[in-house]
Design a protein around this ligand. Structure first.
Ligand code: FFO
Ligand code: ATP
Length: 206
């Protein structure tokens, strides 16, 4: 295992524990403050199709943004883990899977995805690729001002952004609790940078 991978793992464990320790009231307040900041951005106002996530493991909850997007008539999507072609199972998905996106409306049925996070059950809307997304609101474990992002370790967002070919890149916005900001995040060549990071306390253009 590389030294960067080891440093990422140590930092990931510490930040995940810190994130989970935030009490429910504080977390709800933080989610509202961060949502307000996002809604002031030009990138938000211009976006017709956004992707969010369903908060897990102490992640800051994008739900206030989802409600605002629905009210504003924006199309909301959620990531769905795709295992590599012709393979099934969590191991293959974890090592080489990527993300596609499915519409998330008020009445979309959800079911647990390959790694336990709920995903739209499909069929109601066709899945779309990253190319259809204007604003990608990304979960994260840690970030720094340079836009380096530490995720849960699946590499899903990195792989998905890395394989987009000639398609335009969506605006990548990391959503986080203020305590997830670090002086410097260890990074690898495949890490995809954030364009903007928004916390309950600040908006950072990377
Ligand atoms: N809310 C949310 N949704 C998301 C992501 C995310 O980081 N947050 N992802 C970003 O890529 C993808 C899922 N990535 C994941 C990566 C690792 C684990 C994970 O380690 N889960 C368990 C172990 C589960 C298992 O291996 O069966 C754990 O918490 O230890 C879960 C999801 C797509 N959806
Ligand atoms: N573009 C890519 N090509 C090949 N492998 C990749 C690519 N992107 C990520 N990976 C693999 O994914 C694994 C996890 O990467 P990393 O620890 O940076 O994930 P992460 O950014 O924390 O996770 P996520 O993006 O899911 O939130 C690495 O072991 C790496 O080999």
């Amino acid at each position: 295992m590389s030294i960067t991978t080891e440093r990422k793992q140590t930092l990931r464990a510490r930040l995940r524990a810190q994130r989970r320790a935030i009490d429910a009231g504080t977390a709800r307040w933080a989610a509202r403050m961060a949502a307000k900041r996002v809604m002031r951005l030009t990138a938000w106002r211009r976006a017709r199709r956004i992707a969010v996530y369903l908060a897990a493991d102490g992640e800051i909850d994008p739900q206030p943004l989802v409600e605002a997007a629905w009210r504003a008539g924006k199309q909301v999507h959620l990531p769905v883990i795709q295992p590599p072609k012709g393979e099934r199972g969590r191991r293959a998905a974890r090592q080489r899977g990527h993300l596609i996106f499915r519409r998330y409306d008020r009445d979309t049925p959800l079911h647990p995805g390959l790694l336990g996070i709920p995903e739209p059950a499909g069929r109601s809307h066709p899945a779309c690729s990253l190319a259809a997304i204007d604003l990608l609101i990304m979960p994260l474990v840690g970030f720094d001002e340079a836009g380096h992002r530490l995720g849960m370790g699946g590499g899903f967002y990195d792989r998905t952004l890395g394989m987009r070919g000639r398609f335009r890149r969506p605006i990548c916005l990391g959503l986080a609790h203020a305590c997830q900001k670090q002086p410097a995040i260890p990074h690898d060549p495949w890490d995809q940078p954030l364009d903007i990071c928004v916390t309950n306390l600040e908006t950072i253009f990377c």
